[in-house]
Design a binder for this molecule. Structure first.
Ligand code: XMP
Length: 320
């Protein structure tokens, strides 16, 4: 059993000191690696790892082709300002090849996990000589995986997988006792700018968690465009998280006076504290109409935009 530290009881200074010591102890005089996606968890773990190991932590951004518009450049730039060098590793081909033909949500998550930890990371770790991977797994990831709701792509031990055996390196998880609100506090205390520690959550499988059915380059392009619109229009709502989801079913629509059997985008916007439960934000009809108008205008092939009004549970936050 992992002992939870709630955001209320968390003393960030003590927590950071303890974790820095732990990381130094585990890594010894070797090297460690971590993957930074620019999300709250991986950004916080990057800062923590750098405080503990300095240059002995190699931070990489895996360009999996599934990230949001302009994301790699933005993350590299932000961390450069914080004194952290981030190396971008192009792994586009590996991820799309692994996702080809897969439509089942759990199989999709498994394909991402295997490409990420075995193929891409296996290679990077081998080249660097590192024996440890530091990653930002949080308690909610463990809960949902153990409960069998979703296989979070970064959870192993709880599923009886030994990363050392399966991938050849050990995994250090300094944030495992925290939930999202606690991680934000630690991130802030470590000097992350608000645009990073206040960032809305984004899932490990990235935009592939927002494509129902097969993930292809073209379908990722579609959901990426819609995501840009949704994030731009909802950024001032103060909501916990918001997203665009591309559906698999097509519907009859019309364009230029002709029948168009087109695609559908579902918008979700959530109120939540820790992602365990969530309710849909009561967006005004004006915003909803704006979302529909701009998505239809900017995203080729979309003829239908819907807003999800189901709470979690029984919904989950992501669609996949
Ligand atoms: P769900 O969809 O399970 O999501 O209600 C709960 C929260 O977790 C995020 N999420 C993930 N985060 N790896 C992550 O690091 C994952 O595989 C993953 N799947 C979902 C989701 O965005 C939400 O904030």
């Amino acid at each position: 059993m992992i002992k939870e530290i709630t955001a209320q009881e968390l003393n960030t200074e003590n927590f950071i000191n303890d974790k820095v010591k732990e990381i130094r102890h585990m890594v010894g005089d070797g090297m460690a690696i971590n993957a930074l996606s620019g999300g709250v968890d991986s950004s916080t773990v990057t800062m923590l790892g750098h405080r503990a190991l300095g240059k002995r932590l190699k931070t990489v951004f895996i360009e999996n082709g599934l990230m949001r518009e302009g994301e790699p450049e933005q993350v590299v730039r932000l961390f450069q300002k914080l004194g952290v060098t981030v190396e971008v590793v192009d792994a586009n081909k590996e991820f799309f090849a692994a996702l080809k033909g897969i439509t089942d949500p759990e199989e999709k998550r498994e394909a991402i996990t295997q490409s990420f930890y075995k193929d891409v990371f296996g290679r990077i770790v081998k080249e660097s000589g590192a024996k440890h991977l530091i990653q930002g797994t949080i308690l909610t990831d463990i809960d949902e995986t153990v409960a069998g709701i979703k296989r979070q792509h970064n959870v192993f031990e709880q599923l009886g997988i030994d990363p050392k055996k399966a991938f050849g390196y050990r995994i250090i998880e300094p944030l495992i006792q925290l939930r999202k609100d606690g991680v934000r506090k630690v991130g802030k205390a470590l000097g992350l700018p608000a645009e990073l520690f206040e960032r809305i959550p984004f899932p490990g499988p990235a935009l592939s968690a927002r494509v129902i059915g097969e993930v292809t380059l073209e379908r990722i392009r579609t959901v990426r465009k819609a995501t840009g619109v949704v994030e731009r229009l909802l950024k001032d709502t103060g909501a916990f998280q918001y997203m665009a989801i591309l559906h698999e079913d097509r519907v009859t629509g019309m364009r230029d006076g002709k029948r168009d059997f087109g695609q559908q985008i579902e918008v979700r916007c959530w109120e939540s504290v820790d992602a365990r439960t969530a309710t849909p934000t009561q967006l005004s009809f004006e915003i909803l109409e704006k979302l529909a108008g701009e998505i239809i205008r900017d995203v080729p092939g979309i003829v239908s935009v819907t807003y999800n009004i189901t709470p979690k549970p029984p919904s989950t936050i992501e669609a996949v």
